[in-house]
Write a new protein. Structure first.
Length: 223
């Protein structure tokens, strides 16, 4: 395993030891402490506040934190990124911690979730985050970002309708999807043409060895 050659597979997949592994420390670098604190908050309060299910608590690092971190290499280093349906802050908070020079806009319609997001932003001292309460469609004429991301929100055709109006011309939709996303591309062709997009790219997002990779779809907006 990268950065932790002595670790066993059992250690990698243990919810407590994965976050403390040398592989994760190396992967996150300067962002490690902030991401660890976010993981602790999610572990301690996520189930209680209805953000994650009880069976997700032991798998926070593998299923949520690193899954979210996998999208970061495909995002711009500076500029702005909007996270649609941010929920618990996945991937938006992880992105904000890992890319402090990036302005991150968290769009979330539920008040209890925006309250949580505001508390996390304050706890982590994040100065590069803006929280907007509402549905993505409510902000179509309000702002444009260099990239728009989301995780487990909707089918690709619906995501494009929701998200692409928030992407500046030349910017990208960069979303975390399931393994079968290729089946969603053809039904989305009509709405993709509306924004003169390039062909969708299906990419593999990897983090540390022993953790399942994440499927990412990237679509660039044309004129």
């Amino acid at each position: 395993m990268a950065g932790d050659a002595g670790a066993t597979d059992a250690e990698v997949f243990d919810g407590e030891t994965l976050g403390a592994s040398e592989a994760v420390k190396t992967y996150l670098g300067d962002a490690y402490d902030g991401v660890v604190r976010f993981a602790e908050l999610l572990r301690d309060q996520g189930e209680l506040r209805g953000l994650i299910g009880p069976r997700e608590v032991p798998r926070i690092w593998e299923r949520h934190i690193l899954n979210s971190a996998a999208v970061v290499p495909y995002l711009p280093a500076t500029g702005s990124v909007a996270d649609i349906g941010s929920g618990a802050g996945l991937p938006g908070i992880v992105i904000a911690v890992m890319r402090p020079e990036l302005q991150v806009i968290l769009v979330e319609p539920m008040e209890r979730r925006t309250t949580w997001l505001a508390e996390v932003v304050a706890e982590l001292g994040l100065t590069n985050v803006e929280i907007k309460r509402g549905r993505a469609e409510e902000y179509h004429d309000a702002f444009e970002a260099d990239a728009v991301t989301s995780r487990a929100v909707a089918a690709l055709s619906k995501l494009v309708r929701m998200s692409m109006p928030l992407v500046r011309v030349g910017g990208e939709l960069v979303i975390l999807k399931g393994r079968n996303v290729a089946q969603e591309v053809e039904p989305a062709r009509k709405v993709l043409r509306r924004y003169a997009t390039w062909d969708p790219e299906i990419l593999e997002g990897t983090t540390v060895e022993g953790v399942e990779s994440t499927t990412i779809v990237r679509v660039r907006r044309g004129k």
